[in-house]
Design a protein around this ligand. Structure first.
Ligand SMILES: Cc1ncc(COP(=O)(O)O)c(C=O)c1O
Length: 391
């Protein structure tokens, strides 16, 4: 049988396109700011990971332009061969220093960072203990690895304890968790997880994609926030750091091993010069302008508390990521549609990004949102929520 005839038809998606309310791949014409232009309309952006608003920072843009002038636009090869520029190495040194770890390695995306790191660390007798709500790149890193994966209940130290008890004593193990969960906006219980990890002679890797630049006094993420140390931390440039690329920090031994074994690192072209200098300049701003974190916290608290007061179910959110949990798929689609009609850009999040009965609208707040932006969003939520009898 012709393979192409077996391709799923994705009828729901096609029907949504036909009916004119397809929530994905919406083209934005212009900057990714607190408001965005879509089909000539100005909309409040509540669906971006540009948490610190650095994608439009003049110094960041200038750094990208200068890099293009000096290095051109691409590297045309892997870091392993011709794709390492001096600015890749300098950024790795800066990241290691910033995160207080021995060594850092820069990948082309955060997704590749998780794939390469997790798969390279495990042999077939080892175990990965992974939170049930971990990001897809962690899930796929576990699939790619030769090790055995066990999923523990979301953010549940008791469930983690049970998984420790089920693995052979001689097996190596790595607990992997998001630091800040990308759909629910809750923080991993790192102090308990790390204590338990040490007691069981295990290691812990934190995916801090959403928390680097945001959490902790210096913006070093959830480990700084809780005052704990992880064995491996990964981050991405594609959120607060306003670029594209990913990185991992750990001991020199671990990083040296990854450099010589992580296939998504070795067999893929390195991030282009402008992406590297963008991330580097954004990191400088994270260090120099802590007030951006303060306004992000203020904005997030305001938006989260207001939605909660209205009666929305915001799950366990405690961060700039604020879900409105609806549950039923069609009700969530309706809410998204109505928000869109009221000029709010939010993310419709459904299975497999959430469990099947937990469809939600993901809102994410930026430090550069004005009170007027947030109030426009809240007014729409209040009006639509009561019309739809959600609140
Ligand atoms: C928790 C988490 N880890 C990793 C990634 C992958 O990052 P990137 O976009 O740099 O590939 C994402 C992206 O959404 C994420 O949310």
């Amino acid at each position: 049988m012709d393979l192409f005839r077996k391709i799923p038809k994705h009828e729901d998606a096609r029907m949504a396109i036909q009916m004119g309310f397809y929530p994905y791949f919406i083209p934005i014409s212009g900057e990714q700011g607190p408001t965005v232009e879509i089909k000539g309309k100005n909309m409040v952006m509540l669906g971006s990971n540009n948490y610190l608003g650095l994608t439009n920072h003049p110094e960041v843009k200038e750094a990208a332009k200068n890099a293009i002038e000096k290095y051109g636009v691409g590297c045309t090869g892997s870091r392993f061969l011709n794709g390492t520029l001096d600015i890749h190495v300098e950024l790795e040194e800066k990241l290691a220093d910033f995160m207080g770890m021995e060594s850092a390695l820069v990948f082309s995306t955060g997704f590749q960072t998780n794939l390469g790191t997790i798969s390279s660390m495990m042999t077939k007798n080892d175990f990965i203990l992974s939170d049930s709500l971990n990001h897809a790149s962690i899930v796929d890193g576990c699939r790619l690895s030769k090790g055995n994966s066990i999923i523990y209940k979301h953010n549940d130290p008791e469930s983690l304890k049970a998984t420790f008890n089920s693995i052979p004593e001689e097996a190596g193990s790595l607990v992997v968790t998001n630091g800040l969960f990308s759909m629910e906006g809750d923080l991993a219980k790192l102090p308990e997880i790390i204590r338990m990890t040490k007691e069981n002679d295990s290691r812990v890797m934190v995916d801090d994609a959403h928390a680097i630049g945001v959490y902790g006094k210096g913006g070093r993420g959830t480990t700084e926030h809780f005052g704990v140390e992880a064995d491996i931390i990964m981050g991405t440039f594609s959120k607060s750091l306003a670029s594209i690329g990913g990185f991992v920090v750990s001991s020199e031994d671990v990083v040296f091993h990854l450099k010589h074994s992580a296939r998504p690192f070795i067999f893929s072209a390195s991030p282009p010069p402008a992406a590297i200098t963008t991330a580097s300049k954004a990191l400088d701003i994270v260090m120099e302008e802590p007030e951006r974190r303060d306004s992000l916290i203020k904005n997030s608290d305001y938006f989260r508390n207001s939605l909660k007061k209205m009666g929305y179910d915001i799950g366990h959110s405690e961060s700039q990521i604020i879900p409105v949990v609806i549950g039923d798929l069609m009700d969530t689609v309706d809410l998204w549609k109505n928000l869109y009609k009221h000029d709010l850009f939010t993310n419709l999040v459904v299975h497999p990004a959430t469990p099947p009965d937990r469809s939600l609208i993901r809102n994410s707040v930026m430090s550069t949102h004005s009170m007027e932006d947030l109030d426009q969003g809240l007014e729409a939520y209040e009006k639509i929520g009561s019309e739809m009898s959600i609140i």
